[in-house]
Design a protein around this ligand. Structure first.
Ligand code: ITT
Length: 197
């Protein structure tokens, strides 16, 4: 079975990747499994630039093909913010960032709260080979947080994609449902399609 290092320290991402990759026939390792404690500076201007930086650093340090994800939320009414800064837009926890987002949008009615999640993935091998792919999912920022599944901004992201009509947040979907339609799942499917059989 091929072995892949999940080049992320975000437990929410790691859990999602583990489920999707094991289902696709991969054996996975995490940075903790390898005793790796790498802090990669996310200096890129785009999700893709940052994914490549992380994948290359982890592949070199771990000696395994490494899959990195750089992802985030783009809100149209905020000119695409928090974007590449989604994880560090506001200091504190995911709940702090959700609260800050709701506060920033307090005067914006539901109709003006369109948003999307985007993910860029990079798969780097220690010998320098590289594959990349991107995915996105469309939705809207709800008026309050709902649901306990997922991570990050999931409790305020009303899903309007994959056959859903915006009545449920990403955090109200069960993990298998999120894994069928998320930005990360779509990017991973596009990446795996590029792998030689
Ligand atoms: P790694 O770099 O170690 O993978 P990170 O959390 O710092 O972890 P990013 O820089 O890519 O990763 O930031 C992604 C942020 O975007 C994440 O912390 C969430 O706030 C948000 N995000 C991305 N995907 C999400 C999802 O599926 N659901 C909710 N929020 C998400």
């Amino acid at each position: 079975m091929p072995v892949l290092l999940i080049a992320s320290t975000n437990p929410g991402k790691v859990a999602e990747f583990r489920g999707m990759l094991v289902a696709a026939g991969w054996e996975v390792r995490t940075p903790a499994d390898l005793g790796l404690d790498l802090a990669v500076a996310e200096t890129g201007a785009t999700f893709l630039d940052n994914a490549v930086l992380k994948a290359r650093a982890f592949a070199a340090a771990g000696g395994l093909p490494a899959l990195a994800d750089d992802s985030g939320l783009e809100v149209a009414a905020l000119d695409g913010a928090p974007g590449v800064r989604s994880a560090r837009w506001v200091p504190g926890s995911d709940a702090d960032r959700v609260a800050a987002l709701l506060a920033r949008l307090a005067a914006v009615p539901l109709a003006g709260r369109g948003a999307r999640f985007r993910a860029a993935l990079a798969l780097a091998w220690p010998d320098g080979r590289l594959l990349t792919a991107e995915g996105q999912v469309a939705g809207r920022i709800g008026l309050q947080a709902r649901g306990a599944s997922g991570f990050g901004y999931d409790p305020v992201f009303l899903v309007e994609d994959g056959g859903l009509d915006g009545r449920r947040t990403m955090a109200e979907l069960d993990p298998a449902h999120k894994a069928a339609l998320s930005h990360r799942a779509r990017a991973l499917a596009a990446l795996l399609r590029q792998l030689p059989r």
